[in-house]
Design a protein around this ligand. Sequence first.
Ligand code: HAM
Length: 421
Amino acid sequence: MLTTAPRGTRDILPDEVARWHYLEDVIRAHCRLFGYGEIRLPLFEHTELFQRGVGETTDIVEKEMYTFTDRGGRSLTLRPEATASTVRAYLEHNLPAGPQPAKFYYLGPMFRYDRPQAGRYRQFSQFGVEAIGSADPTLDAEVILLALDFYAKLGLKDLTVELNSIGCPVCRTEYRQALVGYLRAHEKELCTSCLDRLERNPLRVLDCKEEGCRTVTQGAPGLAEYLCPDCREHFRLVQECLKSVGARYVLNPALVRGLDYYTKTVFEITWAGLGAQTALCGGGRYDGLVEECGGPPTPGVGFAMGLERLLLALEQAGIELPGKEAPEVFVAAVTPEENPAAFNLVTKLRRAGLAAEKDYLQRSLRAQLKQANRQGARETVIVGGEEAARGNVSLRNMVTGTQEEVPVRELVAVLKGRLGK
Ligand code: HAM
């Protein structure tokens, strides 16, 4: 037990972390283009925020939250997602009084007691954006495009955007009645979970993956016919904007999403190569959430994408991201006696801004050169021998194998020249 991480969690070792850094750098630069500022939110919140925000009858709240009581008797929950927290922060810091819409992005771990499998973890990382304070359909199109352009920047192709509108409380109430009527007539064919959903959250039946339920829902009334004129026009404009910038999408009337806060536009971006966990990104509009969290009626829209899944997809698509950076210089000691001198020199090089590494196992010179090669150092400085008596070191180019004697006091300048710094 002490030597394995908890189920559904994973370590990210330095080699892999380099890829995360790369992704994070692309994300930051990309969000800057779209005018989204980073928000850093707590990893845990009052449980009630998710109960109210995400919804009591969702799988996340019913089955997947890591909830605990702290020493002060408060019920807290490790965040399963960050939309509710962003809305909470928006209200807590009185941001409705500032410029609208307020546009945020976040990066970080989320926690869900999910059944772990490839691409599904109990601790996973999301990159998400939230734009709060505008009902403008161009904003729906903007967040979808932000995600699509981001994938394009990474070179990931063949993505599918599935799009739907689930209307507003007005049209959804009417639709709900029609749907419940239809589902009641097919009760015998539904799975037990859906029988329960039928009462509590009938729209979720449309999302069920069970064979029997899928057959039933294929014939169910579609929400599209029930949209009120306002929702219909909003959906039309979102599509018009997407088309105008060449973003392709497919309409999926069965797409309802697993969180309760959505209104109007919902979408998912999938990549077929991922197998069972095809959803790379999910999001939509949530015009009632700010009010639900105790604020003034304020619309919002956003998405979140799983970064582990994205890395899996990039790997499967054969897109290589940069690995761990190699040292620029390796400092080798001719004998263990020069180890302190090597330490002194490696320090000087680092202070001069060079990525320098040394041996710590008192290896032979030959083994140190091998080590320098293995680590990918471009230059090796050899300290000791007759050169040392002359105040010099040997400098070996690890690519060509050529070696020359350099005075120690000129070493930094020579190295910077060779490394093009
Ligand atoms: P979500 O669909 O629950 O939406 O999650 C978004 C993405 O997070 C998924 O598409 C998937 O890539 C990733 N994800 C979810 N669960 C796991 C897991 N157990 N392991 C690995 N990756 C996972 C939300 O979280 C909403 N807050 C999105 C949003 C933002 N809507 C509006 N604004």
